[in-house]
Write a protein that binds this ligand. Structure first.
Ligand SMILES: Cc1ncc(COP(=O)(O)O)c(C=O)c1O
Length: 472
């Protein structure tokens, strides 16, 4: 009596990514009420700069009171507004903000923008526009676990992994792209495009110019789409700087070509401004047919006019956006350093990263066996014994066991310090449990990894690694 959609399990709710959230909900850490509870480090939320937004609201009271600059009520106007093209003032302010994040190197046309309720809805809408049920998109691994739900569940589209390896710092190479394409063909799937996150969730790294060039050549040679999810574009806190796919198109003088029409950008204010509850997402597409269809589809998940009005006021204040972006980046950088240093004290290394709200952490030396069963066993210990919810690499479809995504921007400094103390106590107790020779082996392995050549060989320039990869 119920639909097949209801009973199919492609939503991904049973992934350890979501199970970890459930465990956290049952026993959430609170400094006073539940000091032994689970600390949530599996949630990519940016809570570091709320004070900046809150002080703006204190100084600018009209938007929250439904008033315009002349102090006249606009309540009725906003309450009745329901045009799915969105408030022009908001779209203008949003494209300027997107351009500001990219250092003014590219500009965006508000007519190419479609507003929807968050990037979750954006990604699904793009699938509805670009793929038929059973068609495939290629995604580099590890990838954001929510994509199984957002891209596949209701649309019937498929994901084929582009397996990226730690040896190349999980970078995209020509051979991994070609391999994924072949795999899709073997499965009789029609490849409609590639979807990347830049900066990457879960790696916290930005795509290099070399990777972006590769992607443009690849989609051009196969005549397929490229979706670039740039939801973390405002979180890049250190070099190398962020290069948007739009910049690549512009520099290659491809802006008015068919290739540009095959490229679509995903954006949202959930991460850069830390407003996931407001549900503000946007598609930017150079193909007017996609813009038109996506605009019609946006009826199913519009951004409320009240939210659009408030954000148009915040974002059109360029003095504020400038200060916000630089201060938020500074705070993210500081937090990132705290996490990297804290983990290092326990002999745990992170993939070098420059963006995002998380680190991609290598705990493979703590596995009882180099398998995904070993990874699950370690994850359960970390959740239940150590009291930290982190996301296992397998939930991000990583092809190598032992990697975990650890978030650092959704808690206070004190909580992060406590989390690091818990990790240290855990690693020390593991070392004690092992016999002396086992412990020495562990320490030797760690010092090998940190002092000499690390697992991902980051001493080699990316270009050198690329040559190695393409020669294979
Ligand atoms: C890469 C990526 N895309 C999309 C989303 C969904 O974001 P939103 O809250 O705007 O729906 C997330 C959220 O974590 C994400 O990391």
């Amino acid at each position: 009596m119920l639909s097949a959609k209801l009973t199919c399990n492609s939503h991904g709710q049973d992934s350890s990514y979501f199970l970890g959230w459930e465990e956290y909900e049952k026993n959430p850490y609170d400094e006073i009420k539940n000091p032994k509870g689970i600390i949530q480090m599996g949630l990519a939320e940016n809570q570091l700069s709320f004070d900046l937004l809150e002080s703006w609201l204190v100084q600018n009271t009209q938007p929250m009171a439904f008033k315009n600059h002349n102090n006249q009520s606009i309540f009725k106007e906003l309450a009745l507004f329901q045009d799915y093209h969105g408030l022009p003032a908001f779209k203008n302010a949003l494209v300027k903000f997107m351009s500001e994040i990219r250092g003014g190197s590219v500009s965006f046309d508000p007519n190419n923008l479609v507003l929807t309720a968050g990037a979750t809805s954006v990604n699904e809408t793009l699938m509805f526009c670009l793929a038929n049920p059973g068609d495939a998109f290629l995604l580099p691994t590890p990838y954001y676990p929510g994509f199984d739900r957002d891209l596949k569940w209701r649309t019937g589209a498929e994901i084929v992994p582009i397996h990226c390896s730690s040896i190349y710092g999980f970078r995209i190479t020509k051979s991994t792209l070609e391999e994924a394409y072949k795999q899709a063909e073997k499965q009789n799937l029609k490849v409609q495009g590639v979807l990347v996150t830049n900066p990457s969730n879960p790696l916290g790294t930005t795509l290099s110019l070399h990777e972006l060039d590769l992607l443009v050549s690849f989609i051009s040679s196969k005549n397929i789409h490229l979706i670039s999810d740039e939801i973390y574009s405002g979180t890049v806190f250190s070099s190398p700087s962020f290069i948007s796919i739009m910049e690549v198109l512009k520099n290659k003088k491809l802006m008015n070509t068919e290739i540009a029409k095959q490229v679509h950008i995903v954006y949202s204010l959930s991460k850069d401004l830390g407003l996931p509850g407001f549900r503000i997402g946007a598609i930017y597409s150079n193909d007017e047919r996609v813009v038109s269809a996506a605009t019609k589809m946006s009826s199913f998940g519009l951004v409320s006019s009240q939210t659009q009005y408030l954000l148009s006021e915040i974002l059109s204040n360029q003095k504020f956006t400038k200060t916000y972006l630089s201060e938020n980046r500074r705070r993210l950088k500081e937090r990132h350093e705290m996490l990297v240093k804290g983990l290092k004290r326990s002999g745990i290394a992170c993939l070098p990263s420059n963006s995002g709200l998380f680190c991609w952490v290598d705990m493979s030396h703590l596995l009882s066996s180099n398998t995904f069963e070993g990874e699950m066993e370690l994850w359960k210990k970390i959740v239940y014994e150590v009291g930290l919810n982190i996301s296992p690499g397998s939930s991000c479809h990583c092809s190598e066991p032992g990697w975990f995504r650890v978030c650092f921007a959704n808690m206070s400094e004190e909580t992060l310090n406590l989390a690091m103390k818990r990790v240290k106590a855990f690693v020390d107790s593991m070392a004690k449990q092992n016999n002396n020779s086992g412990h020495q082996k562990l320490m030797k392995r760690n010092s090998r990894r940190t002092k000499s050549q690390p697992k991902w060989v980051f001493e080699l320039s990316f270009h050198q690694r690329q040559i190695l990869a393409d020669e294979r």
